[in-house]
Design a protein around this ligand. Structure first.
Ligand code: ATP
Ligand code: MG
Length: 457
């Protein structure tokens, strides 16, 4: 009751009126909206709430791109939405949201939030008490409910602040988003410096959306990025990981990373990435990995984030491995130490979750094991749960010229072969290895006279 009253008061404060864009101009008919998003809007509207399809979906539909997912914005609180939509759950990390579930579709429903703060204005005025900013002007809490106009103003880019009403098939445009869509321009809402300071991740989003849509970034939006890139180091590493993953899984990873480098934003994300890029083999390997990922995503094939991160950091691991091996460390212990070192440095900036780093290490540590092509070892490798990923990784290394092609071919035939073919493929044990084995067998000899051999032998 009180909440509704507050809402009504807030609505009274509405200043700017949006442009109402008709169907014939935006071209989005009701049928183009997913079943779930339409249903959510219908249910909320039937209870006198406002509900709109917002964000990327409206933008993408207007550009003729199939949206990844549909988001809904409403003046109902998360609790109200949760109560009205039967199969829904309240989720909340930075702020509370509702996920409405319809078979295999999940619609994210968010409550209108308050306008952004002009965090760096000299007097510090205009900062509502509930909005928290850190010393760099970064918003640390922005879970204050607001009205539709405020919700539009707190969004990042003009083309992301369009509100589509399925009931009337109209689009509400507060910040000339439709004009910018036509001009294929990405423009920050408000003062770019302030908005980037509030949330430096928006710089990353600018690069990602620019590459995804093939839009030019408006000069006023673009200019501060180069000088403000360092602010990225204030963003919590887990959030950076989420955004980076979106970027890498966008189907435009190659173009995105290229743009990140152009804008000087890569330093804080993948430390030493620029060093790798200066090594011709490293650059070739990374580009191949990114292109392969983009291709697979566009073909709707599954891709593994662990594989991709393993590829991005492989030449770091190689360099650290070589350094350690030189210091009288065994080959394999040196590799393990190198993996840990690279991941330690990396996760400091961009928190790659443990479930991924475990797989990355498996992929990396399989690489030297592919060199063993005699005795029992190749058979043991066939049982390895990451064999396929490890093999694909090896193939990529060969494509970039870093591993011998012939090993990849050998493994392909070994993996596909019958037991007889596999036995035929085995190579004789290398000379040093033969001697070592003989010596080991020699040492074990006295035991034969003792208890019978066990399975472990
Ligand atoms: P994609 O096609 O990758 O999903 P998107 O624009 O929909 O792109 P989301 O991360 O799904 O990106 O965000 C949905 C909407 O939320 C955006 O369109 C934008 O309006 C708003 N938004 C997301 N992140 C921010 C941010 N950091 N600052 C302000 N608004 C944001
Ligand atoms: Mg989206």
């Amino acid at each position: 009751m009180i909440k509704r009253l507050i809402r009504r008061v807030l609505r009274l404060g509405n200043g700017a009126e949006p442009t109402v864009v008709p169907l014939k101009e935006h071209g989005i008919s009701r049928e183009m909206i997913s079943y779930g998003a339409r249903k959510v809007c219908e249910v909320l509207a039937s209870r006198d709430f406002e509900a709109y399809v917002v964000g990327g979906a409206v933008r993408d539909l207007m550009l003729g791109i199939q949206p990844k997912d549909f988001d809904v914005a409403t003046n109902a609180t998360p609790e109200e939405v949760h109560r009205l939509i039967r199969r829904s759950r309240l989720i909340g990390r930075r702020f509370k949201l509702v996920h409405a579930v319809f078979n295999d579709e999940i619609v994210e429903v968010s409550t209108f939030r308050a306008v952004n703060v002009q965090a760096n204005d000299a007097e510090g005025s205009g900062v509502p008490a509930d909005l928290a900013v850190d010393v760099h002007g970064r918003l640390t809490r922005d879970n204050v409910y607001g009205n539709r106009e405020q919700d539009a103003a707190r969004r990042d880019f003009t083309i992301n602040a369009l509100y589509y009403d399925p009931a009337t098939e109209t689009v509400l445009d507060y910040h000339h988003g439709v004009r910018d869509l036509k001009k294929r321009t990405l423009r920050v809402i408000g003062d770019p410096r302030v908005r980037f300071r509030e949330d430096p991740v928006r710089m990353l989003r600018a690069v990602r959306l620019g590459a995804k849509l093939d839009f030019r970034i408006d000069p006023r939006t673009r200019a501060p990025i180069r000088e403000m890139g360092d602010l990225m180091s204030n963003v919590p590493p887990a959030r950076l990981f989420d955004e980076m993953l979106k970027l890498l899984m966008s189907g435009h990873a190659s173009a995105c990373l290229h743009r990140l480098r152009v804008e000087g934003l890569h330093h804080g994300l993948l430390p030493l990435l620029d060093v790798i890029i200066e090594q011709p083999l490293g650059a070739k390997f990374m580009n191949l990995a990114l292109e392969q990922t983009d291709r697979r995503i566009r073909e709707d094939k599954p891709v593994s984030p662990a594989f991709l991160f393993a590829a991005l950091l492989w030449h770091e691991v190689l360099a650290a491995w070589k350094m350690r091996e030189g210091k009288r460390m065994g080959r394999i212990p040196a590799l393990y130490a190198a993996m840990d070192e690279v991941l330690d440095i990396q996760t400091d900036k961009l928190a790659i979750p443990r479930r991924l780093t475990t797989t990355m290490k498996e992929i990396w540590s399989l690489q030297p094991r592919f060199e063993n092509r005699s005795g029992k070892r190749p058979f043991a490798l066939l049982e390895h749960p990451r064999l396929r990923a490890g093999y694909d990784f090896l193939a990529l290394r060969a494509d970039s010229g870093e591993a011998p092609r012939e090993i990849v071919e050998w493994w392909r035939r070994f993996m596909e072969g019958t037991p007889e073919e596999r036995a035929d493929l085995l190579l004789p044990a290398p000379k040093g290895e033969q001697k070592r084995r003989r010596r080991r067998r020699g040492k074990r000899k006295p035991a034969v006279a003792g208890p019978p051999p066990t399975l472990a032998d």
